[in-house]
Each structure stands twice: as structure tokens, then as C-alpha cells.
Design a protein around this ligand. Structure first.
Ligand SMILES: [Zn+2]
Length: 255
């Protein structure tokens, strides 16, 4: 089927092609991740110049050919211009786009990932929010959107809940969440054990990130200790369950 369609989305990647064109990767609400050519968009007078920049969000009118899309026009409602004045914000935004690109699929609607990405880029321009926390909130919530999140409500092995009365819990990526003391001890005897101790505050923070409405997701702060534990737990979990190092991740290490 060929013809014109309108899709709501955000540009994740913009690659120059030939002398004047760009190839865009766009995450769209209706069709997930797509590739689209923005022909002539590298000419300074092109009407597609603005819409072919990374982070441009809006409604794209596309011509759907047999094997690819071509951008006809775009109605951009947010360019996230405020991020471009701050190097740290740009690098974080690039990481969030690369993560989204890796985790979304073609022809599978992506309304929730798109909304999460949009809210996360907005959160980057809030000076009160620690960007390292914004990153961990984004990653954990993205796993939830994809149905790959850790179990942090009760013991992932036996279902016991009273463990939350203990000051710390054992978070095991290979088991898929937190384990009670009894299960942890049994597990410790196995050769390929993994995991990290996290405090009850960190467990509650994870529960909050997984359960709260998107609009309220970026409205809290945590202590340095909780941020460090959240970071350690998520790094292990992502290594185990995503298993892919994003290229833009390296740039974040300088902040
Ligand atoms: Zn248990």
C-alpha cells in the first residue's frame, strides 16, 4: 500500500545521505520506529531543515513508498531548543534517544515509549532535578513500558512481602527482582549468584517509579545514597536483561 499518512513522533537519529538529504529514524506513536528520508533537508532553505533535527517532536506527513517513507512536511510542536544550549543536557538527550531507538521495534505502536521520552527530555531542563536521577527513572520506567521490569513489590522467588520490614533487600538481576533473606541464602550456594544489597528507601523509590502516573514521574528527589544504590542495581539489571552498551553512554561518564 502506498500513499500519504500522518504520524506523531520524535526524531531520534538524523544521518546525512548524499549531498542534500538526510535519513531519519523516528519513533512514532502509531507505527513504532520508522526510517524516513528527508529529501533536500540539508539545503539551508529547505522547509524540512528544522524537522530533521534530533529531538524534533510533532506530526509528520509522510509518503509511504513500497520500501521506505519520505517526509513530505512536518508540524513540529517542540524542538527542545532549550536543551541545545547545555552540553550535559544534549548528551543525556542523545542517550535517551539511542536507548529508545534500541528498545523500540518497527510496526509496533509506541505511544507509551514516545510519551516517556517526551516527558524525560522535558525533565532535563528542570534545574531542580539531578540528571543522573532523570536517567535512572527513564531506564526503569522504559523497562516497565516494555514489560521487562524487575519485581520489587515482594520476593521474586517465594512471593513473601514481609521482607520490606527489613532495612535492606537483596536485588538479583538474574532472578528478576528482590529476594527475601531465606531465598537469598539458598541462592548464595549456587555458583552463578549475582545481586546487590539495596535499602528499603531504594526499593520504595523503584516501586514509585514503576507505578506512578507519567505526569508525576519527575517530581521527586532522592538522597545520594539512594541514587547510588539505584544506579548500581539498574546497571546490573540492564547488563543482564538488555545486554547492550549504548554508544552515547560513554559520554555521560564525564559528568
Ligand atoms: Zn523469598
Amino acid at each position: 500500500m502506498t500513499g500519504q499518512i500522518k504520524l506523531t513522533g520524535m526524531v531520534l537519529v538524523s544521518m546525512p545521505v548524499g549531498d542534500y538529504d538526510r535519513r531519519l529514524t523516528i519513533v512514532t506513536k502509531e507505527r513504532g520506529k520508522i526510517s524516513a528520508f528527508a529529501k533536500g533537508s540539508r539545503k539551508p532553505t529547505s522547509p524540512l531543515l528544522g524537522c530533521s533535527q534530533p529531538f524534533s517532536f510533532g506530526e509528520f506527513t509522510l509518503y509511504e513508498g513500497k520500501s521506505s517513507y519520505n517526509v513530505v512536511s512536518a508540524d513540529i510542536s517542540n524542538y527542545f531548543a532549550e536543551l541545545r544550549n547545555d552540553v550535559e543536557s544534549i548528551y543525556y538527550a542523545m542517550y535517551f534517544c539511542e536507548f529508545t531507538c534500541y528498545m523500540t521495534k518497527e510496526n509496533l505502536e509506541a505511544g507509551e515509549p514516545l510519551k516517556l521520552l517526551y516527558m524525560t527530555l522535558r525533565a532535563l531542563s528542570k534545574p531542580s532535578l539531578h540528571k543522573k536521577l532523570v536517567r535512572r527513572i527513564f531506564e526503569l520506567r522504559f523497562l516497565a513500558v516494555n514489560g521487562e521490569m524487575p519485581q520489587v513489590e515482594n520476593c521474586v522467588l517465594c512471593g513473601r512481602e514481609e521482607m520490606l520490614n527489613a532495612p535492606k533487600g537483596w536485588f538479583s538481576p538474574s532472578e528478576g527482582g528482590i529476594c527475601c533473606e531465606e531465598c537469598r541464602r539458598k541462592r548464595m550456594q549456587e555458583p552463578e549468584r549475582d545481586g546487590v544489597w539495596i535499602s528499603t528507601s531504594t526499593i520504595y523509590t523503584m516501586q514509585y517509579i514503576l507505578a506512578t502516573p507519567l505526569e508525576k514521574l519527575f517530581t521527586f528527589a532522592v538522597s545520594e545514597e539512594v541514587l547510588a544504590e539505584l544506579t548500581g542495581a539498574l546497571e546490573q539489571f540492564l547488563a543482564k536483561h538488555v545486554g547492550h552498551k549504548m554508544k552515547s553512554e560513554e559520554m555521560l561518564e564525564i559528568f
